[in-house]
Design a protein around this ligand. Structure first.
Ligand SMILES: NC(=O)C1=CN([C@@H]2O[C@H](COP(=O)(O)OP(=O)(O)OC[C@H]3O[C@@H](n4cnc5c(N)ncnc54)[C@H](O)[C@@H]3O)[C@@H](O)[C@H]2O)C=CC1
Ligand SMILES: CCCCCC(=O)/C=C/[C@H]1[C@H](O)CC(=O)[C@@H]1CCCCCCC(=O)O
Length: 254
């Protein structure tokens, strides 16, 4: 799939993996609407990416994935500034396990469901769309249990099952929509920096051991795996794992 005529909406794109996904799409010719709840990081990333890729290629909208209306605004802003959207990346996520654990469900699970629902309504050919691809960002923590993040692991397992159910639904597939899951292990972002401090998780000493055993990927490596799921049109309902110690590999739930 050529990205020359493509327009993407990415949630949580102000920093970390979301920003790396935006950069690789821009490098490959797509236009990108960056969305993030944090306006400061979003505006900084916008000015840096606009300087390197062009003002007409990228835009930013402050947007909260817990609000379905913000997804509607993102799709209409993208269409008016960049063109009709055909790539949706549900990336925004958090890993609070303690007092703020409900935000992990609201952002990771409900945010991804809202983003997928709005994207399906825009992409489905039977609803007047032109098709598209949805990438839902889960984690290896949604496939392999760990003692540090029960809420986070459950949220990522929910994203994987939700995506796989839609990826086999003919209402989506027959109407030109692909739905894929990216499941990274540790990548060098603010989330992993917070993990090293260990305030929001259980058993931080085990997470530290895991970080040493598994290793930490540069965000660019995760972005390469992400690009494969976007551009390879033979990939629908796929789960792609990527980690520093095992590399890249597809996973089947069956
Ligand atoms: N860094 C890692 O090792 C891994 C990360 N992931 C997943 O990748 C995704 C991105 O993670 P990172 O870049 O590491 O995190 P990060 O913490 O560096 O960036 C997350 C971004 O999401 C934004 N965000 C938070 N709540 C939001 C909301 N309600 N609405 C819109 N934006 C919001 C933040 O402002 C931030 O810019 C997450 O879903 C995470 O669970 C998955 C596996 C490994
Ligand atoms: C090998 C697991 C990779 C997980 C990468 C990731 O998504 C990290 C997420 C953390 C989030 O900030 C909150 C958490 O609880 C997650 C930590 C989970 C990793 C601990 C693994 C420990 C084990 O498997 O024994």
């Amino acid at each position: 799939m050529s990205l020359a005529q493509s327009v993407a909406v990415i949630t949580g794109a102000g920093q970390g993996l979301g920003r790396a996904f935006a950069e690789i799409l821009l490098k490959n010719g797509a236009k990108v609407l960056l969305t993030d709840i944090n306006e400061t990081v979003g505006q900084k990333t916008l000015s840096e990416l606009a300087a390197s890729h062009g003002q007409d290629k990228v835009a930013f909208l402050k947007s909260d994935v817990t609000k379905e209306t913000d997804f509607q605004s993102a799709f209409s802003t993208a269409k008016s500034k960049l063109g009709a959207v055909n790539i949706m990346v549900n990336n925004a996520g958090t890993g609070n396990e303690k007092d703020a654990w409900e935000s992990t469900i609201d952002i990771n699970v409900k945010g991804t469901i809202k983003g997928t629902k709005v994207a399906l309504d825009h992409f489905r050919k039977d609803k007047g769309g032109n098709g598209g691809v949805i990438i839902n960002v889960a984690s290896i923590a949604g496939l392999n249990p760990n003692p540090c993040g029960p809420v986070y692991g459950a949220s990522k397992a929910a994203i994987i099952m939700f995506s796989q159910c839609w990826g086999m639904n003919t209402d989506a597939v027959s109407n030109g929509v692909r739905i894929n899951v990216l499941a990274p292990a540790f990548a060098e972002t603010e989330m992993v920096k917070a993990l090293r401090v260990g305030k929001e998780i259980h058993k931080p000493e085990i997470a530290t051991q895991m970080l040493d055993q598994v290793g930490v990927l540069p965000v660019e490596k995760v972005a390469e795996a992400f690009l494969e799921l976007v551009t390879d049109t033979s990939k629908n309902n796929a789960i792609l794992k990527v980690s520093a110690h095992m590399g890249k590999g597809y996973h089947s739930l069956k």
